[in-house]
Structure formats: C-alpha cells, structure tokens
Ligand binder design. Structure first.
Ligand code: PA5
Length: 429
C-alpha cells in the first residue's frame, strides 16, 4: 500500500486539507460514472480474455523478435516506458525500443540503425489511429519490415493497439490481418497503462503483469471508500495551490525513475492544466539534479512544493570500499552501504528544502517490484483525478492539445487546413 505524508510550511492549515478531503468519496463516485472513468475499477474489471491474449502475444514476440519497436506518443507510450525502466529494464532477450514519440529525424535514425540486421516486430499504439508522430514512424518501420520479411510475414510481426471499431489504424489492422488489441473506449490515454496499451510491451519485457495488476488492485481497494492517501495528497496539493504554490516538483533519488517522472508529468499536466488553472508539474532526479535545479529549489522564487517518491526497501551489498590512507576524505564512509548513503541524502534534502521554505511531501512504497509499481500507478491516477475534480476541471479531456496540431497541419499543408496550406507558406521561418 502506498503511504503519503507531508511536512507543511507554517500557515497551511490541516483543517483546510481535511475539508477538501471530505468530498473525495463523492468525487470517486462521480469519476466512476464518467464516460472516461473506466480506469477506476480496471484492476478488478479488466478484460480477462484480452489479458490472456496479451500474454500469449508477448510470448510469441519474445520468440520472433530481438527488438520490439513500440510506436506511440503521450499516453500511448509514456506508461510502459516508465514501468519497464523503473523495474530495471528488459529481462529477456527482446529489447524494447521506442519510436513515434517525436518528429525528430535524428531519433528515428537511431532506432532504424538499431533494428538493422536484427529480427524485430512492431507494437503500434494509437487510440485515434491518426496521430501524426506515430503514424509517420509506423510507415517507416512497416516499410522496413516488409523489405526484410515480405508482406505476409511482416503482417505477423505487427501488433496494433487501437480503438475496437474505428479509425485508420483499426481499419488497416483488419484489412492486413495484424493481431489487434483494444484501447477501451472509457479509458483516456494517460490512464491506460494497465490496459493493452502498456501491458503488451511490459509483458514482452519479461515483467510479471499478473503481479502488476494485483498491486494495482490492492491499492484500488485501499483507496476505494474515501480515496485514502490519494485523497490526502490531492487535497494537500489543492490547498497549496490556493496559497500560491503553483509548481510541484516530483523528486526521486533513483535514476531509473526518470521516465516515471515523465509519465507523472503528462498525467497531471494534461489532466489539470486547463481553463487557466492547474499546478505546473516538474521533476528532478536527485542527487544528480541537486547539482543543477537544487539551487533554485532551495533558494529561488518561493512558489513551489516538492513530492518525493521513495522506497523503504534497502539495497545491500554495494559498499564504499576500504582504502589505505584517507586521500579523498571518505574514510568515514568506508564499509557503508551506498543505498543507505542515498537514503540519507534524500532525508537531508527534504530537511534542507523545508528549511528553505518548501513544503515537502513523501509518497512511499515498500519495495520496487511489480506489485509496488502497480500500486503506485493506481495511487497517482486516483490522486490526479481527485485533484483535478477538486480543482474544478475535467481531468479526463485534453482540449489544448489540438491547438498545435491545427497550426502544424496548416504549415504542413494538410488538405482542409486553412490558408497556410498554400505551398509558399510552408517553408520553415
Ligand atoms: O493522454 C492522452 O489522451 C494523449 O496523450 C494521447 O494518448 C496521445 O495524444 C496519443 O493519442 P493516440 O493514442 O490517439 O495516438
């Protein structure tokens, strides 16, 4: 079970937090009834047939491919990437690579180089089936697959995760006979990591998805009645926002959580940043970033608060070696566990930042394993939805994302997209 605790600056009253928290049970009911509330009971109500199909496909992919190229953007890639990295990376022979999450030709070239001479497969993930970034990358890797294996065998190496009944990707998958997985209608992209969107790649990476779902289910049960620790966290961040603290920094002392931070930023940023409202989600990996953003957090404009994601699990056996003499001044640490030093640095950082005028929260998991990460995912999803509803926004839509697309389509000359689609307006300024 995930724990949450917080040390608040003076002037931030518990009773204000209690008051906001008290409405959580009603908000959970509201989200359960929402057209995009399918994630709320997902750890219990997930489609067991689809789940078995995911496991079987993962086995096949592990046999047929040295590399699985996961193509998708936003909620269609961040979750599985975060989870695989947080759990220590791939455990079998199949390496997972990511494409279609930017428009960078340089990035694409790197992945193209990696698949050269290797057996590979594609998992293309797009709920709409029309998102430009993954659609372009899909063309590129599909062409490579066809050149390498021919049309028929290529089709057996393409796994499409998309809408169950409509969209360009759905239609192509049906037409070409790709194995298909469903992005449920009632679950938005950033809440979808525990569906086929995330689970296929996670299973291919050799991670036990039964344990992952079991962890999420336990957390769901813990939060079910009144939101528990998630409601406490959601209420705290809303009270902090009302006091002018409009930046939240998610801090972690494990570099393998770098992509988890990215998942969290999308979840909260896309859910809350609308109607001129929201907390700006930022992140750091410490102690690395104590040597860059640490200065600002300690001493810059006082409009931020920090949430540390921590584990109680102790990693043993990696020690500071003993050496003759004390040339580097480290004799006092000789024989100490490096994980213990890391945890003490974490504690010291919390203390220092609090003294510097930063309210510091802690989200604590028992261990870093499948169950704990499943619980952590659910904890943040519930916190985010509650927090958005407490803020008075719809945490399940993302209307602002369309604006850049419209401007980009004008510049690119997509048919039907306004005046700038004239060729002379398409040059890069
Ligand atoms: O969270 C979301 O809904 C978005 O980030 C989408 O996942 C993202 O825009 C990709 O959309 P699609 O899966 O339709 O390609």
């Amino acid at each position: 079970m995930i724990k949450y605790e917080v040390k608040l600056l003076e002037g931030i009253e518990r009773k204000e937090i209690e008051e906001k928290r008290s409405g959580a049970a009603a908000l959970i009911e509201k989200m359960r009834g929402d057209e995009f509330g399918g994630w709320v009971d997902l750890p219990e109500n997930y489609d067991k047939e689809e789940f078995a199909k995911i496991k079987a496909a993962a086995e096949r992919i592990r046999e047929q491919a040295e590399i699985l190229v996961c193509i998708g953007i936003g909620g269609s890639y961040l979750g599985h990437r975060a989870l695989i990295e947080a759990l220590g990376g791939e455990r079998g022979r199949t390496k997972i690579l990511f494409a279609g999450n930017s428009l960078s030709a340089r990035e694409l070239r790197k992945v193209i180089a990696e698949v050269q001479g290797k057996d590979f497969a594609i998992n293309v993930i797009s709920k709409s089936g029309t998102t430009t970034e993954p659609a372009i990358a899909f063309r590129v890797f599909k062409k490579l697959l066809i050149e390498k294996y021919g049309e028929d065998e290529a089709a057996k190496r393409i796994y499409a995760t998309t809408d169950k009944s409509k969209g360009a990707l759905h239609d192509e998958a049906v037409d070409k006979g790709y194995e298909m997985f469903v992005v449920p209608d009632n679950i938005g992209g950033r809440y979808s990591v525990l569906t086929a969107v995330g689970l296929l790649a996670i299973a291919v990476a050799g991670i036990d998805i039964d344990k992952l779902m079991a962890g999420a289910k336990k957390e769901m049960e813990a939060l079910r009645v009144d939101g528990g620790a998630a409601a406490e966290y959601a209420a705290t961040r809303n009270v902090l926002l009302e006091k002018g603290y409009d930046i939240e920094i998610l801090a972690n002392f494990e570099p393998s959580f770098g992509q988890f931070n990215e998942w969290w930023k999308q979840l909260f940023g896309e859910s809350e940043g609308k109607d001129g409202k929201g907390i700006f989600p930022a992140s750091v990996i410490d102690s690395t970033d104590l040597h860059s953003l640490g200065q600002y957090i300690q001493d810059g404009r006082r409009s931020l608060f920090e949430t540390f994601v921590e584990t109680e699990e102790k990693l043993t056996g990696v020690l500071v070696p003993e050496m003759e003499g004390d040339i580097d001044g480290l004799a006092y640490l000789e024989g100490r566990e490096i994980d213990e030093i890391n945890k003490l640095a974490n504690l010291a950082t919390r203390e220092a930042h609090f003294v510097g005028g930063v309210s510091v929260g802690r989200v604590i998991m028992l261990r870093i394993d499948e169950e704990a990460i499943g619980a952590l995912i659910y904890f943040f999803e519930m916190s985010c939805a509650l927090s958005g509803l407490m803020l008075g926004v719809n945490p399940f839509n993302q209307p602002g994302v369309e604006e850049y697309k419209t401007k980009m389509f004008e510049r690119l000359g997509k048919p039907g997209y306004g005046e700038k689609s004239k060729p002379e307006d398409r040059s890069v300024e």
